[in-house]
Design a protein. Structure first.
Length: 102
């Protein structure tokens, strides 16, 4: 992670919790790059963000908020390498985290 202001956030794991974080960070005006090896992870994430956006608009969006600031990659190292902050949302199973996150 970089020292200084957070501008780019990596979301690792895009299930319900990770997708919720991604939507919230986008609504606050951050660039978000997400990664998840699961089947249909990218379309599921984009659908979740699109579905949540109306509620986020009612709450109030930051000046730079945009769903267009969302990127997706299957490459974990690429996702986290340029991030100022990493939000990890993998299953709380030790063997999963060792296999996929280390």
């Amino acid at each position: 992670m970089a020292n200084g202001p957070v501008k780019r956030i990596a979301i690792v794991g895009t299930g319900v919790i990770g997708a919720s974080w991604a939507a919230q960070y986008l609504a606050r005006g951050f660039d978000v790059i997400a990664t998840d090896p699961g089947p249909n992870a990218e379309p599921n994430l984009r659908h979740y963000v699109d579905s949540a956006w109306k509620a986020l608009e009612r709450i109030g969006l930051a000046e730079n908020a945009s769903r267009q600031r969302l990127e997706f990659t299957l490459d974990l190292k690429a996702a986290v390498s340029g991030a100022d902050f990493v939000q990890e949302n993998g299953p709380e199973r030790k063997e999963f985290k060792i296999k996929h996150l280390l």
